[in-house]
Design a protein around this ligand. Sequence first.
Ligand SMILES: C[S@@+](CC[C@H](N)C(=O)[O-])C[C@H]1O[C@@H](n2cnc3c(N)ncnc32)[C@H](O)[C@@H]1O
Length: 260
Amino acid sequence: MTGGIASHWLIYPRHASERCTFLEVSDCISKRLGQPSELPMSLMRRLRRKLFPPHGVVEGYENEELVETILRKTIAFQAEENWPLVANVGSVLDFGGGAGIHYKIARQTSPDTRWAVVETPAMVRRASKLATNRLRFFSEIHDAADWLGSIDLMHSNGAIQYVDDAIGTVKALCAARPATMVWYRVPISNGSAKKETQKSFLSHNGPGKMAVESDKVVKYTRCWIPQASFVDAHQGYALIERGPDPRERGTQHFYFAQIE
Ligand SMILES: C[S@@+](CC[C@H](N)C(=O)[O-])C[C@H]1O[C@@H](n2cnc3c(N)ncnc32)[C@H](O)[C@@H]1O
């Protein structure tokens, strides 16, 4: 299967208040990070893109040009928003958290939170220059867990579908025993697991807008995960909430809490 061109660098803060829905989204954050619907290309640009698509192709999240683009955009991003999900949260393991964009936003609300991003080795190598005593990057879940000690929240937004073994990765995250687990934009299939090639423009990767020298098409392999396998992999956790994630077609959001 081949997906269309999409921008999929989004962010969905969950509201901490029980009166608010799990999917409550801060429009201003979404706008500033550049969701597809918030990046209206002019008709002329759209036409030009269609007639003259970029020639270069970048393959996969380990590509250095892609990592560099995400890093530069994350550094340039100025966070201002409030994010109630992380209020009073002491430690977060952010699986697939890029160059730490969610941490930049979280620290506005919760400046003392310790934040461990688990990422590809290529991203860890480059993003580690942004590390502080509260933000660290790891390529292994157990190293992130060791550094954090106890984990209040496992957060993951649009990343589990890009790993080779999604279910094994979910189990490894559960083994780190976070108190709560929040997943956004998980592509869920009703049948068996299936893989597809997803495409986007290089310039659409990373938060917000930034010109790139010459745009390219980025290709990634994305997996659609069977719902039952995804939920069942959360041994020792209760599923508190789930539903369609309106920010990316076909994806779901989930909220689990530790029970044992
Ligand atoms: C669509 S981006 C989402 C980034 C960020 N969570 C957000 O919402 O803006 C997917 C992220 O998953 C990361 N990723 C891909 N494969 C990974 C792996 N095996 N382990 C950890 N992260 C991975 C990519 O490097 C990328 O940063």
